[in-house]
Design a protein around this ligand. Structure first.
Ligand SMILES: N[C@@H](CCC(=O)N[C@@H](CS)C(=O)NCC(=O)O)C(=O)O
Length: 213
């Protein structure tokens, strides 16, 4: 049995598991209560961040790497684009960019204002995060000018990666999404797999309900 430790970016993992129809259990990790109070989790990930994936005696972290693991180990699935497909480079690019180019910079653009001392909302690091986020979103915008999804006309794991980040940006208000991004996110969130994932993730669902999307 697969165990997903923690929501947050673990929502990406749950979303993929739901799309692929793979059984799993979600083990809550309460970051606000402090992971130092959760020795069982720290034994899984001494780094103390979520998500982690456990399958038999295998444990791994990094949400996008976990997606790739599940696609490779539990596929084949149309949610993964294969190396012989012309869309493969674009697929891989956006799969990784969802975290490295969107979610990472978005978090640091937003976190100063959310958690930092006075003035941190607009410090040098926060501004750099926002510049990086907006520059990467130009590639998302160009892709959405050409196609419905990140790898073309079919929904793939690259959309789980990217749409998760855009949903997070929308829910936190870290930045304003364009009309094309909003339409894209709504397209992705209309999927049964997304709805099932939201049902399975109480913290994410509570947050989504509290902000209305
Ligand atoms: N690149 C990692 C980021 C993991 C991450 O930053 N997770 C957040 C919650 S979604 C977290 O645990 N933050 C607390 C920390 O890093 O100590 C991934 O995609 O899994």
């Amino acid at each position: 049995m697969i165990t997903v430790w923690g929501e947050g970016r673990g929502f990406r993992v749950v979303w993929l598991l739901e799309e692929m129809g793979i059984p799993y259990r979600l083990r809550d990790v309460d970051m606000l209560a402090g992971v130092e109070n959760d020795p069982e989790f720290l034994a899984i990930n001494p780094g103390g961040f979520i998500p982690a994936l456990q399958e038999a005696d295998m444990v791994m972290v990094e949400s996008v790497a976990i997606l790739q693991y599940l696609l490779g180990r539990h596929g084949p699935t149309p949610l993964a684009v294969g190396p012989d497909d012309p869309a493969y480079p674009t697929y891989l690019q956006f799969l990784v960019m969802g975290e490295a180019g969107l979610m990472g910079p978005a978090f640091y653009a937003w976190a100063g204002g959310a958690f930092g001392p006075p003035g941190a909302a607009d410090d040098w690091t926060g501004r750099l995060g926002m510049e990086n986020l907006q520059s990467r979103r130009r590639l998302v915008a160009r892709q959405l000018d050409q196609a419905a999804y990140m790898a073309g006309e079919a929904f793939t794991a690259a959309d789980i990666s990217v749409a998760y980040a855009l949903l997070w940006i929308r829910r936190t208000g870290a930045d304003r999404l364009s009309d094309a991004e909003l339409a894209y996110v709504e397209r992705c969130a209309a999927r049964d797999g997304y709805r099932r994932a939201l049902q399975a993730c109480p913290a994410t669902r509570g947050w989504a309900e509290s902000v209305g999307f």
